[in-house]
Design a protein around this ligand. Structure first.
Ligand code: BGC
Length: 449
């Protein structure tokens, strides 16, 4: 048995996002986002749902913040809805939208919970999309204008801002059609991501100009490192390399090294998907940040041969969860090492998201038992702790998510919350994992085998 302790002042948080929890999609002057439009297209969302009501956080934020507080959570990650602040994406500001975030931030502070805000968690205003969305280079300036409004209004009370959350989702939306706005062109995907990176850079510039000096800025990128199913199979190795290049390296290289990798550049040239870009873009994109937000949920084993994938996972301990996904908590340690060893980052890291759906979750004697989720959280925390012991500067951990919410294309079917949400009564019920997390927070650590 070993006791793992985390540093004093460690941020124990929960993470959420606007489109997934707020609801009130058309209230108090909010404009539509691309997810409001996309979710209405037939067949796009697993259960045919929309984010119209979601968790109704817009009206229930006070009791939800009280719920978080009851667990000892000391930091709350949320995102601003761009179209609540600027309904059309550019132009007129919606005071009622800003007022809502004032109320949320003040309520958090009143409860001793530190706000951690994201500017963009996938919900582009539909008005912006109608003007070309992320394909339009001007979108970077529109984003910076929006960001500046938030910095001016909130940076005295919000000590952490992230520009983008998981920009790879923009690729999924413009290249694969899987996410809003549902476009399907590789060339679009690359251009949209480049423009989003530029938007990040321009927002950081504005931040340095106008934000309170007490506040800090970063970006959130997800690392799902690809492993070849067979280490000595050239095809598997090449596939893993390709996917690592085109997922997290596509974003981390410009941010930390000021350029796309040779691999990515060569492939884009060959395929005719090279985005329009200007030399100065990279100066802006690679500005020094105050922290890095890492989202990590697992790894991906790749091969064209699905049997080989299964074999690799089973050999690693047969760690399949009931959802069919692999349980591989070491992925977070590996991701932290990628940051340290490959990118030599020298700024603090915050784990801005980690969590799972627990397909085996069930109610027994009135308790919502989600043992797998507890095992998952503990497993990841152990590996985070190990990376910290080796000197990696991790400042906080945010569990995804506080409440079961609108899980994008999975609608309300996939549940990632540590609290359930009755969609008729909107009553929240804490799951067993919430109590387990509360105990970890109370002890500022945990005992492991
Ligand atoms: C996203 C969340 C999402 C979660 C679970 C993350 O990649 O940032 O919005 O709900 O994964 O799928």
């Amino acid at each position: 048995m070993r006791e793992l302790k985390f540093p004093e002042n460690f941020q124990w948080g929960v993470a959420t996002s606007a489109a997934q929890i707020e609801g009130a999609a058309f209230e108090d002057g909010r404009g539509a986002s691309i997810w409001d439009t996309f979710s209405r297209l037939p067949g796009k969302i697993l259960d045919g749902s929309t984010p119209d009501v979601a968790c109704d956080f817009y009206h229930q934020y006070k009791s939800d913040i009280a719920l978080a507080k009851s667990l000892g959570i000391n930091s709350f990650r949320f995102s601003f809805s761009w179209s609540r602040v600027i309904p059309d994406g550019t132009g007129k500001v919606n005071e009622k939208g800003l007022d809502f975030y004032d109320r949320v931030i003040d309520e958090l502070l009143k409860n001793g919970i530190t706000p951690n805000a994201t500017l963009y968690h996938w919900d582009l205003p539909q008005g912006t999309e109608d003007r070309g969305g992320w394909l339009n280079r001007d979108c970077a300036d529109w984003f910076a204008d929006y960001a500046e409004i938030l910095f001016r209004r909130f940076s005295d009370r919000v000590p952490m801002f992230s520009t983008l959350n998981e920009p790879v989702a923009i690729y999924v939306g413009y290249a694969c059609g899987g996410f809003a706005p549902g476009k399907k062109s590789e060339k679009f995907g690359k251009q949209a991501c480049h423009n989003a990176l530029l938007a990040h850079g321009k927002a950081v510039e504005r931040f340095r100009g106008v934000a309170s000096k007490k506040s800090k800025i970063g970006i959130v990128v997800d690392i799902w490192h690809r492993h070849p199913a067979r280490d000595n199979d050239p095809e598997d190795v090449a596939l893993a390399e390709k996917e690592n290049e085109e997922s997290y390296r596509f974003f981390l290289n410009p941010v930390f090294k000021g350029c796309y990798t040779e691999y990515v550049l060569e492939k884009m040239r060959r395929e005719g998907t090279l985005p329009q870009m200007q030399d100065d873009d990279f100066k802006s994109i690679s500005q020094k940040l105050d922290f890095f937000g890492l989202n990590c949920y697992g790894r991906v084993v790749v091969s064209r041969d699905s049997e080989a994938v299964k074999k690799k996972i089973v050999n690693a301990g047969g760690n399949f969860a009931d959802s069919g996904e692999e349980f591989y908590p070491k992925s977070i340690y590996d991701a932290l090492h990628i940051l340290k060893d490959d990118y030599k980052i020298d700024i603090p890291v915050i784990i801005t998201e980690n969590g799972c759906r627990d397909a085996s979750e069930k109610t027994v004697d009135g308790k919502i038992c989600d043992e797998y989720r507890i095992r998952y959280i503990r497993g990841f925390l152990e590996w985070i702790h190990k990376a910290m012991e080796e000197g990696i500067d991790v400042r906080g951990y945010y569990l995804w998510s506080l409440i079961d919410n609108f899980e994008w294309t999975a609608g309300y079917e996939y549940k990632f919350g540590i609290a359930a949400n009755d969609r008729n009564t909107r009553k929240r019920t804490l799951k067993e994992s919430a109590y387990a997390y509360r105990d970890i927070i109370r002890n500022n650590g945990m005992i492991t085998d």
